[in-house]
Design a binder for this molecule. Structure first.
Ligand SMILES: [Zn+2]
Length: 362
């Protein structure tokens, strides 16, 4: 066994034993990041990395939390392309190519871009990982969330586990916690806190959602998603949010930003379609299953573009207080929408639709 390899093993052992201990206040886990840093340093020095080490990396806490435990090949491939001294040509070819999201190499290229970016400030990133005040994340997120919840009930706030990874810029909300990319967090810590708060809003709001009612009345389910994402986007996306710039910052191709903008531009048509489909369901011309199937693609990208567009309009019309006072009430959300729709040249929901949802949602 070569000496550098023994050193790496010892380092990995030290890292693993020191970082599986979560901080008492916040359950913030950096295990995946520390293992990644150690492996990347070895690769950069042409040292052998054992199969078991790649396994440990893919099965480290943050990657497991993100659901990437089966992505050993993806992580290894991207790491080798980004860090190995003999990968320069492959790396440059990949970085110069404009891959569409349907290209099988797309996700690898996303990771490679991020890893190459990490290399540009490698020692600063390691200092940040070591010195950042992680315990302050909880306090900052709580303060941000309180600004959006007028009658904040402290006991209902659940601070999620956070697993930092080296991956893409996407923040992932999973049953076991939330994962954040350490490099994105290093570059934009305030954005990272706000994205985290966005996810905490969903968890908090879930206490107030009548899921049973939503399940039996599908229009409430659909509008609930719009309201949920619309309000939570107020938390992490400023009013002048530019999807083209933001998606580019995250390494996503412009086609995704175009999808976002197209969805926003079609808000009026989508609300008209929601109106007519809902009345078809109410008149039993389509089944609940058909209704869900037809509305499932109506508001793309998880309902973010249209939800955010509507909440921003409500804020612009001075209705933020009413919006937030009824933060888990899709019926009020639609009534507020109808108050501003005509002035904004948007489809005004029909009287029959409004009567229906008021009666059903009561
Ligand atoms: Zn969300």
């Amino acid at each position: 066994m070569s000496r550098p390899f023994v050193t790496l093993l010892l380092f990995l052992f030290a890292v693993t034993t020191s970082c599986t201990r979560h901080t008492a206040e916040s359950d913030i886990n950096l295990n995946s990041v520390d293992l990644f840093f150690a492996v990347a340093d070895s690769v950069a020095q042409r040292q052998n990395v054992a199969e078991a080490t790649w396994d440990s990396l893919a099965h480290s806490d943050g990657y497991v939390m993100a659901g990437w435990q089966k992505c050993k090949g993806l992580i290894r491939n991207a790491l080798l392309i980004a860090f190995h001294p003999d990968s320069t040509e492959t790396r440059n070819t990949l970085l110069q190519s404009q891959l569409s999201m349907s290209d099988p190499r797309f996700h690898t290229s996303l990771l490679v871009r991020n890893y190459v970016d990490m290399k540009q400030h490698w020692s600063e990133l390691q200092d940040f990982r070591r010195d950042y005040d992680y315990a302050s994340i909880q306090k900052q997120a709580r303060q941000t969330l309180q600004q959006f919840l007028p009658n904040f009930v402290d006991s209902l706030l659940m601070f999620p586990n956070i697993g930092f990874i080296c991956g893409d810029a996407e923040c992932r909300s999973k049953r076991s916690g939330i994962t954040l990319d350490i490099n994105y967090f290093y570059k934009y810590p305030e954005v990272g806190i706000r994205v985290l708060t966005h996810e905490m809003f969903h968890t908090y709001r879930a206490h107030f959602e009548d899921r049973e009612k939503f399940d039996s009345i599908p229009v409430l389910w659909v509008v609930n998603d719009l309201q949920n994402e619309g309000i939570s986007d107020l938390i992490d996306k400023p009013l002048d949010y530019d999807p083209v710039a933001e998606y580019a910052k995250m390494g996503y191709p412009e086609q995704l930003a175009q999808m976002y903008l197209e969805a926003v531009a079609a808000t009026s048509n989508k609300m008209a379609r929601l109106d007519s489909l809902t009345l078809c369901w109410a008149h039993e011309q389509i089944t609940k299953e058909d209704y869900f199937q037809q509305t499932s693609t109506l508001f793309p990208l998880g309902g973010h573009p249209n939800g955010r567009y509507i909440t921003n309009l409500l804020v612009a019309h001075g209705l933020q207080d009413q919006l937030l006072a009824h933060f888990a009430d899709p019926v009020t959300f639609l009534l507020l929408y109808n108050q501003v729709a005509a002035q904004e040249n948007l489809h005004v929901m029909s009287d029959e639709f409004i009567l229906l949802i008021v009666l059903l949602g009561a």
